[in-house]
Design a protein around this ligand. Structure first.
Ligand code: ADP
Length: 485
């Protein structure tokens, strides 16, 4: 824009100069005789005009090439184009519960009128929460594919800029482009890059970007049929404002695949290949693998089989590439048989507590970290105290069942300590209203002793939960009910 204006000024100036020169010639000359005194003056005018033109030309060029900011502005003004997704739910293996939720959302998107006529508000934002590689992007594409809506993809990181206001501008661009479509899916991958809680680290640029995102989400008119889907693997760092009603108020948790799901995912990726192996055995030895890792595993095994000149892929091919596929993946999630037993009793103690304390949950997997949603407005002292007990229960189970402590308790112990500190320091719920370290320690010790007693009393039942969890790698509230009664 700036460049265009400069160019225009430059041409107008040149034309004006020409007019002035011709006027001087006209007034100073007789019809066929030029006044010789005027020649040096005209030459002077021509030279100064030339210098001025050179100056403008320089200004024009410098604004064009030397300012990085100008280049960035130019890029931002580009329209963001959507694409048509050809992925459907049948491409997504496993995740049956998730698919049920998705079908409902697709129905909303396909027939918004049906819901509106009934006075139902359509969800605007959907947050897909889960570890990397479990299919969040794939699910977002499947929603677009199934509903036939244009799909806008942006990564949260692409909004993060050095210049204040630049990210916000990009967000606006994205939403403006989508609004032109009337119906569309906007997918923001790794939304935590922009959606991080404001205030913890001071960044004007990120705050401005996040504010713009909030403004855009609030600003849809009733008629537009646009759904914003965000993906993150750390919902706990997201700003509260993003999770409020009317924004990302629908959340779907996507866990790592369980044993049955791993079998289905392996089957899907092996579909067009020749293989001679027991897929169930592969599923058994891949606890903690994400769907994406399983896909890579199949591919690497196929390459291996091809290299050795075999006609079909065999178990040995999978076994020999197992280590290399896992390079760079988080080790703590991949468990051998012994570790699985420890994790299973650890998790069972937590599930047992969640059930006894009346927390809301449907289904918990072997590796799921947060088994209850703890974000609510008002929390009682009793609720928070029970939550501390829940966090400490796994560690107590390690001691009770294995007479040992293990590092799998690390994250929960940290959470218990932080929560106890908040209870005493921030909420003033300790023995005294004045914050004190002794109060925090006292709170943690009492919680630990109480949960230890509670677990010991129902040791056999927790063992049963653990066996079931080990077998299926997930357990439902119904299963727990059955075991406990
Ligand atoms: P995320 O967005 O959670 O990081 P992606 O959706 O990008 O994960 O998944 C990466 C790849 O893993 C996909 O392209 C696909 O090949 C495979 N994949 C993930 N989930 C599934 C699934 N449920 N069924 C089949 N393949 C899957």
């Amino acid at each position: 824009m700036q460049d265009y204006n400069l160019k225009r000024v430059f041409y107008i100036f040149a034309v004006l100069m020409l007019l002035v020169i011709s006027y001087i010639f006209y007034t100073q000359s007789d019809l066929n005789r030029v006044d010789t005194n005027m020649v040096p003056i005209v030459i002077m005018i021509l030279i100064s005009a030339f210098v001025v033109l050179l100056f403008f030309d320089y200004l024009f060029k410098s604004s064009n090439f030397t300012s990085k900011k100008a280049v960035e502005i130019a890029n931002i003004n580009s329209i963001i184009t959507p694409y048509k997704s050809d992925i459907t739910l049948s491409d997504v293996a496993g995740l049956e519960d998730v698919k049920e939720d998705i079908k409902e959302i697709v129905d909303f998107l396909k027939e918004p009128g049906k819901y509106r006529d009934f006075g139902i508000k359509l969800p605007k934002g959907l947050l897909l929460v889960g570890p990397p590689g479990v299919g969040k992007t794939m699910i977002a594409k499947a929603i677009a594919g199934e509903s036939g809506l244009p799909f806008f993809y942006q990564s949260g990181a692409s909004f993060v800029h050095v210049y204040v206001g630049m990210g916000a501008k990009r967000v606006k661009e994205l939403f403006d482009s989508a609004k032109k479509q009337k119906s569309a899916i906007i997918f923001i991958d790794e939304i935590d890059a922009v959606g991080k809680s404001r205030g913890d680290t001071n960044s004007d640029e990120r705050d401005a970007t996040l504010n713009q995102l909030l403004v855009e989400m609030d600003g849809f008119d009733k008629e537009s049929n646009i759904m914003v889907i965000g993906a993150t693997n750390q919902i706990e760092v997201l700003d509260e404002a993003l999770l409020r009603a009317g924004r990302f108020d629908r959340r779907i948790y996507i866990p790592l695949p369980n044993i049955k799901e791993r079998e289905e995912i392996l089957k899907l990726h092996l579909k067009k290949k020749n293989y001679h192996l027991d897929i169930n055995r592969l599923a058994l030895i891949s606890t903690g693998y994400s769907s994406a890792t399983l896909a890579t595993w199949v591919n690497e095994a196929a390459i291996k089989a091809l290299k050795r000149g075999a006609k079909s892929i065999e178990f040995e091919d999978f076994d020999s590439v197992k280590e290399s596929v896992m390079v760079g993946k988080k080790r703590e999630m991949i468990l051998d048989d012994g570790e699985k037993k420890i994790q299973s009793s650890y998790q069972s103690a937590k599930i047992f507590c969640a059930y006894r304390f009346g927390y809301d949950f449907d289904k918990v997997t072997l590796l799921q970290k947060d088994i209850v949603d703890t974000k609510s407005n008002f929390q009682s002292k009793q609720y928070l105290f029970n939550l501390i007990k829940l966090y400490l229960s796994g560690d107590e189970a390690n001691k009770i069942f294995f007479d040992e402590s293990y590092t799998n308790a690390k994250d929960d112990i940290k959470k218990a300590r932080e929560l106890a500190k908040n209870v005493v320091d921030e909420y003033g719920m300790g023995e005294s209203i004045i914050p004190s370290g002794t109060d925090i320690a006292q709170l943690l010790h009492t919680a630990q002793a109480e949960v230890n007693l509670m677990l010991k009393k129902d040791k056999q039942k927790i063992r049963k939960i653990s066996e079931k969890l080990l077998e299926k790698e997930f357990i439902t509230k119904e299963d727990i009910k059955e075991i406990l009664n």
